[in-house]
Design a protein around this ligand. Structure first.
Ligand code: S3P
Length: 434
């Protein structure tokens, strides 16, 4: 089992462009598979999760060519039938690959079997199977088709009006991708807006969609089936979720000054910045731009004091992947931080409410799990300890950053999982840290 030894650091410093956004890279590959012609993707995230999506796209008949470092060309099927894959499709650790691809597979006349690693096989799939079955898909799987492996006999689906019980971009995207090849109109309403990369990218590839804000903050997307997509050239913005670890390190280590270039700042992803603004944190923004229909900016982060935060409601989906690092920030904030309405954390790569509370406690943090979130008291000095990732990349990286601010040595066990989203992370422990 691979481990990291992390020592207390003085500061983080430098100018750094984060690797490509994971969610956007997945979508670029999938739309590239479905589009006519070629799709050129720059700043492609060459991490395990996105390579799983790429491999499955190839098994379905796309061709993929690496033109150079992090630059890929996908040649899609352009509305032709997808190739029936003779082998099982393995999504590894990637929930996004599984749930988005399930929408594609169910809406094409092919048979496929989709599976993943131990963690992914424990994660809930009923949330996508149920709407797909309502659209007419034939899906079977473990525990009444609520766990992988799923066997999918795809075919002609019909559009539905789907009221999603959770604000999940994976559910929304699954149903929209199925709707793209279904008869009639597909409509998805979610209780609050989740990341909207699929909607933005479908538009960039030439599809027409209607979006609407409904009562009580609900959001609706509507799309007509049978629309053709055209291949595009795009550059993937830097991943805000990966940048968040270094942003936190820069805020917490006195004397830090870090410039994060060309990072995606789509508001459905940057709830962490809103929570930090509430905590009195000030960041400098510059070079505000757009890439692939997505806003980007350069952020300058300097060390500063942090106040307590209250995170709940509509803010939660926009920082859901940042809760582990937000919890670490809260251990150093002045006062009691509460994170609520975040029960979804229990069904991520690990039960992140339990795993982050258990591991940060080993380092001296005052942190309490709640059924739907966390309560954290700060500021509390942390000390080095032996901690475990529980096979979850975001827990591993949060614990490494905790090691930088703790006294003494921290050993983070089981860190190979970081390859799923951020292979460059370990090198940055040397490049950015002093
Ligand atoms: C993702 C959506 C979110 C997020 C995940 C990536 C996506 O999951 O946690 O890391 O790319 O659509 P949910 O849809 O389950 O909230």
């Amino acid at each position: 089992m691979q481990s990291w030894r992390v020592h207390s650091a003085k500061r983080v410093q430098g100018v750094w462009r984060p690797p490509g956004d994971k969610s956007i890279t997945h979508r670029a590959v999938i739309l590239g598979l479905l589009a006519r012609g070629t799709t050129d993707i720059e700043n492609f995230l060459e991490a395990d999760d996105c390579m799983r999506t790429l491999r499955i796209a190839q098994q379905l008949g796309a061709t993929a060519e690496r033109l150079g470092g992090a630059h890929w060309r996908i040649t899609g099927r352009g509305g032709e039938a997808l190739q029936e894959p003779p082998e099982v499709l393995d999504a590894g650790n990637s929930g996004t690959t599984t749930r988005l691809m399930a929408g594609v597979l169910a809406s094409h006349p092919i048979f496929s079997v989709l599976t993943g690693d131990d963690s992914l096989r424990r994660r809930p799939m009923r949330r996508i199977v149920e709407p797909l079955q309502r659209m007419g898909a034939h899906i079977d799987g473990r525990e009444d088709a609520s766990r992988l492996p799923l066997a999918i006999r795809g075919g002609q689906l019909r559009g539905i009006k789907y009221l999603s019980p959770v604000a999940s971009a994976q559910v929304k995207s699954c149903v929209l991708l199925a709707g793209l090849n279904a008869a009639g109109v597909t409509e998805v309403t979610e209780p609050t807006l989740s990341r909207d990369h699929t909607e933005r990218m479908l538009r960039a590839f030439g599809a027409e969609l209607e979006t609407q804000i409904c009562t009580a903050g609900a959001h609706r997307v509507r799309l007509r089936g049978g629309q053709r997509l055209e291949g595009q050239t795009l550059s993937v913005p830097g991943d805000f979720s990966s940048a968040a670890f270094w942003l936190a390190a820069a805020l917490l280590l006195p004397g830090s000054d870090l410039i994060i270039e060309q990072v995606g700042v789509n508001p459905t992803r940057t709830g962490l910045l809103q929570a930090l603004a509430q905590a009195g944190v000030h960041l400098e923004w510059s070079a505000i731009d757009e890439q692939a229909g997505e806003p980007t900016a350069t952020l300058r982060v300097r060390a500063q004091p942090i106040g307590a935060m209250h995170v709940e409601g509509a803010l939660v989906p926009s920082l859901i992947d940042e809760v582990p690092i937000l919890a670490l920030l809260a251990t150093q904030a002045c006062g009691e931080t509460q994170i609520r309405d975040a029960a979804e954390l229990r069904v991520k790569e690990s039960d992140r409410i339990e795993t982050i509370a258990t591991e940060l406690r080993k380092m001296g943090a005052q942190i309490e799990p709640l059924p739907d979130g966390l309560r954290i008291y700060g500021p509390t000095p942390l000390h080095g300890a032996e901690v475990h990732s529980h096979g979850d990349h975001r827990i591993a990286m949060t614990l490494a950053i905790a090691g930088l601010i703790a006294h003494g040595e921290t050993i983070v066990h089981d860190v190979a999982c970081v390859q799923t989203s951020f292979p460059e992370f370990e090198a940055l422990l040397y490049r950015l840290v002093q």
